[in-house]
Design a binder for this molecule. Structure first.
Ligand SMILES: *[C@@H]1O[C@H](CO)[C@@H](O)[C@H](O)[C@H]1NC(C)=O
Ligand SMILES: *[C@@H]1O[C@H](CO)[C@@H](O)[C@H](O)[C@H]1NC(C)=O
Ligand SMILES: *[C@@H]1O[C@H](CO)[C@@H](O)[C@H](O)[C@H]1NC(C)=O
Ligand SMILES: *[C@@H]1O[C@H](CO)[C@@H](O)[C@H](O)[C@H]1NC(C)=O
Ligand SMILES: *[C@@H]1O[C@H](CO)[C@@H](O)[C@H](O)[C@H]1NC(C)=O
Ligand SMILES: *[C@@H]1O[C@H](CO)[C@@H](O)[C@H](O)[C@H]1NC(C)=O
Ligand SMILES: *[C@@H]1O[C@H](CO)[C@@H](O)[C@H](O)[C@H]1NC(C)=O
Length: 510
């Protein structure tokens, strides 16, 4: 990448891998070097020919001109680079992301529904990387992302006895994607064939960062046992991770060596992280990337999402479907239908009290509502109900976030409602999501008198204005909600309005 641009010659001895950074920070030192050189050359003038004096004069004029006009230098250098680094960069959008998805020819048909859900042909850029060419009788679906075949990795070393050599191939996707040399790529985003990306939110998150710097962005495993086994300091590959262009430039130079050096490591994500640690770039954790290293029912996790845009979900094949009565794929399609209406609000929680009835309501937008027929603190409501177990040992602990036990006493459990439909109301960005009561098969109901009015509630209608993506550029804050119908109205339906909180508004018990 270090170009033949003559102005780079004075820094030749420096290891220059990222032109932008070097140019930015070496611009002024360059001027000094030139001056030092100049004085040395002036001494030499005495003994060399007039001809040399003249040419030196021209050299001097040329270089000092350049040095005295850094603005000029700056622009000229950028023009010759392969990636746009102007300070006037336009905001990052979907076209700036190149996806690299790890797939295999054999399993693609089983997995492709996940990618096809979020992939928009001719808008989303990237490839599924396969382990081999398609056979003559195999046809690549038009709705799938385009594919490429990974190059042969038999020359690399892999010694993790419980792992698979495919980790090498997957680790090299970032390199093979980079080497395609596609234009206007700011971010390389890696994912698995069963990763569901919420691309609008991914763009929102990446746009917060300066893509001209070296960033490595993603999230941890939810299961502590996984983080202990693999690493706390890496972005888990299934949840997806993003590598900025300048980091990719440096990473691809050393990646193949790293793959051999870290031959003992199990996964591709771990090998990539080890390599990035040689460069010295730490992972920037973003709470919306979800590896979903849990077993059982993801309900609790999804009903208490952190205040951060939902970027990805993974491992859905290994969990119970998100919505009762729906298949796994139909469940994610349903959540996705809400996401399409209001991307930034997806799974965002809001809490409100109905003080006339002593009720607490927790909404996880686009997914579920919980009704507690008593007053529950915000701290409890934002703690995930433990409807799941850990990934490897199916244990009740430990997770990288707080959880609370689901009580076996029906009087200590909330009534649960699942999203039934989402629709737009009018043309000004207002949506209405409807949530319907769900009772599991033979589930016992609480027969206490104070539960009776709550049990009558069959549905919630929740209205909200579209969540402005710009809000995610500000300090995060959970939005507020209010119950807008009173006890004297229809008992079976509760209407809730979500809105930004007022000054000094908090979810505080009276
Ligand atoms: C930069 O672009 C030039 C031609 O436009 C190409 O020859 C060169 O290989 C590219 N460099 C990288 C690192 O992509
Ligand atoms: C994305 O930004 C580029 C400028 O870098 C612009 O040319 C392009 O039209 C934008 N694309 C979309 C889909 O907004
Ligand atoms: C995508 O673009 C190609 C060529 O530009 C075109 O042939 C194809 O119909 C497009 N596909 C869709 C789904 O728009
Ligand atoms: C990969 O390379 C090795 C050694 O060069 C060769 O034996 C093997 O057949 C190759 N595999 C494929 C799929 O081409
Ligand atoms: C689930 O399916 C059963 C039987 O098919 C039906 O009676 C019930 O209403 C469904 N529940 C929901 C929440 O759709
Ligand atoms: C609500 O709870 C408060 C305090 O626990 C109690 O004094 C009040 O009577 C309750 N109101 C209703 C309508 O249950
Ligand atoms: C609640 O939402 C449903 C659509 O899901 C709608 O038909 C009904 O009129 C709404 N009720 C109220 C009171 O807004």
């Amino acid at each position: 990448m270090s170009s033949t641009n003559p102005s780079m010659s004075s820094t030749k001895s420096e290891p220059v891998q990222d032109p932008f950074k070097s140019w930015k920070f070496l611009l002024f030192p360059t001027m000094k070097t030139t001056e030092i050189l100049l004085s040395l050359f002036l001494k030499a003038i005495i003994i060399i020919s007039t001809c040399a004096v003249i040419s030196l004069f021209f050299y001097f004029t040329f270089s000092s001109n350049q040095s005295l006009n850094p603005e000029y230098d700056f622009k000229k250098l950028f023009k010759t680079s392969n990636f746009s680094t102007s300070v006037h960069d336009e905001p990052t959008n979907i076209s700036h992301i190149l996806f690299g998805l790890g797939g295999s020819a054999k399993t693609w048909n089983k997995r492709r529904h996940y990618s096809e859900l979020w992939w928009t042909p001719n808008i989303t850029r990237g490839f599924v990387w396969l382990d081999r060419n398609l056979h003559d009788n195999e046809k690549w679906p038009e709705t799938s992302p385009p594919y490429k075949v990974s190059s042969n990795t038999s020359r690399f070393k892999y010694t993790c006895w419980y792992g698979s050599r495919s980790a090498i191939r997957l680790a090299r996707i970032v390199k093979e994607s980079y080497e395609l040399g596609l234009e206007n790529v700011r971010w390389f985003v890696m994912g698995d064939d069963d990763t569901v990306f919420f691309t609008d939110n991914l763009v929102t998150v990446l746009a917060k960062y300066d893509h001209n710097q070296m960033y490595y962005i993603g999230g941890n495993s939810e299961s502590v046992e996984q983080d202990l086994t693999h690493s706390y300091t890496m972005a888990y590959g299934g949840g997806g991770f993003a590598v900025s262009y300048p980091l990719a430039v440096e990473l691809v130079k050393i990646l193949d060596g790293c793959i051999d050096r870290y031959h003992r490591f199990y996964g591709s994500d771990q090998k990539v992280q080890a390599c990035i640690s040689e460069i010295g770039v730490p992972v920037t954790k973003e709470l919306g990337f979800h590896q979903v290293d849990i077993r059982g029912n993801p309900y609790g996790l999804l009903a208490a999402h952190p205040v951060a845009p939902l970027v990805s979900l993974h491992h859905l094949d290994y969990l119970q479907p998100m919505f009762p009565n729906l298949s796994r794929i139909d469940s994610i399609r349903k959540l996705y239908s809400a996401y399409l209406m209001d991307p930034g609000r997806t799974l965002q929680q809001s809490f409100c009290y109905d003080l006339r009835r002593n009720w607490s309501v927790s909404v996880s937008w686009g997914f579920t509502v919980q009704l507690y027929p008593d007053l529950v603190t915000a701290k409890q409501l934002d703690t995930a109900l433990r409807t799941f177990q850990s990934w490897r040992t199916w244990s009740d602990e430990a997770f990288t976030f707080n959880t609370r036990k689901v009580s076996s006493d029906p009087c200590k459990r909330p009534l649960v409602y699942f999203m039934d439909r989402v629709e737009r109301i009018g043309g000004n960005g207002l949506t209405r999501t409807t949530y319907k009561r769900y009772v599991e098969g033979l589930e016992m109901e609480c027969d206490r008198a104070d539960y009776v009015p709550a049990l009558a509630v069959q549905a919630f209608n929740v209205s909200a204005f579209n969540f402005a993506p710009d809000l995610w550029k500000k300090a995060p804050r959970r939005q507020c909600c209010e119950v807008i119908n009173g006890p004297d109205e229809v008992n079976s339906l509760v209407q809730v309005k979500i809105r930004g909180c007022h000054h000094f508004e908090s979810v505080t018990l009276p």
